[in-house]
Design a protein around this ligand. Sequence first.
Ligand code: AMO
Length: 428
Amino acid sequence: MADIHRTHYARELGEHLAGKEVRIAGWIEDVRDIGKLAFVIVRDATGACQIIVTGDNVQKAVQAQRQSAVVMAGMVQKSKAKDFSVEVKVTEFTILTSAVHPLPIDPTGRVESGFDKRLDARALDLRNPKVAAIFRLRSAGLKAVREILFNEGFIEVNTPKIIGSASEGGANLFRFEYFKHKAYLAQSPQLYKEQLTLGLDRVFEIGPYFRAENSHTVRHLSEFTSIDVEAAFLDYEDVMDLVEKVVGSVVKEFNNNCKKDMELAGVKETRLPKIERLTYEQCLDELAKHEEKLQFGDDLSDAALRNLGDIHSGFYFITDWPLKLKPFYIHEKDDDPRLSKSFDLQHGYLELVSGGRRLHDPAKLRARLAEQGLNPDGFADHLKAFEWGMPPHSGWGLGFDRLMMVLTGAQNVREVVLYPRDTDRLTP
Ligand code: AMO
């Protein structure tokens, strides 16, 4: 059995290693047979390197299927190739696992494959450096989010995804049998995160949430990743500041530490100036100037948001929505109870975040549930916690897939999700 360990990744090879023995492991991308020797391009997660095989290994390399997993050992030498400063002249060349021929997609990206075919072979799609770069950026983004939230005094929590009653009301819940009960997949950690402010003060959760939305768009998924925060003794303006810090920290991480992946993924640097805050009523005025007449209380339709997106192409907040358009847990404005202490963060037409100040008075919360046609009995466990000294609190939920879509310039949210789930896709 061959030793499966490597001493170096492709990216680490350089002239400083000339004359040294190295072990390389990865996948065969190309083989060029020139008789007594063959040039093999081997790719690993960090990049590609050129290998020279001689003797018996030439036939082995020439017969090998592209994308087979290999390990090899040999000496580093200077190269005349235009793409490589060094190459490895190998004495050991072992094919560990052969790939099939033909492969369902070409992971080098030279032959373009349809998006559905790529998703059907997602694991192989990730051998395409451009695709892998998107998911490294996604990971770097989550790291930056965690760091800034820890710095702001939040702790990370995990709340149940199997729940016994609808957390936010509404019809878009997945329902299933749970032993002798009916259960649902969580749409949001809303009720839990609010309750947790009572004992943990500032919490965040990064997790998958589920919406049975029969939407066929480039921005809706049945399972999406949300970053949820909730903080005691903060008002909605405070948590809008926090949204800016969180988005800013992801942008900064990309610009400062992810240059190579941005280049591979074809992502342009984003600048993040102070994010403009427009009230809902200011939006109505702007829309009226663009021939879109909406009455106070009307929701902003897709068409209206697209118009607003044309006026404000980057990030902007829409604040102070009519109370009746917002969920039962949102707090009214003190000076105008028709309005709410709420906000959405938009990027063009796309909603990325919604949040606000929450009601903390149990009597008010019970009344709002009834007003919205929800049965307070179904929320008994939640309401109980409000009797235990619930602090005033605020928070938000940020659709991380959508943020990644915006920051990478992807046209479809599925590009930035490994195994997307939607009305038509349940596999792989
Ligand atoms: P909301 O329902 O607006 O708010 O969701 C918050 C954010 O989650 C993202 N999102 C989605 N992303 C992809 N596919 C979907 N089907 C989908 N649905 C939502 C969006 C959206 O802005 N409990 C509140 C948040 C809060 O007030 O804290 C909530 O869930 O980016």
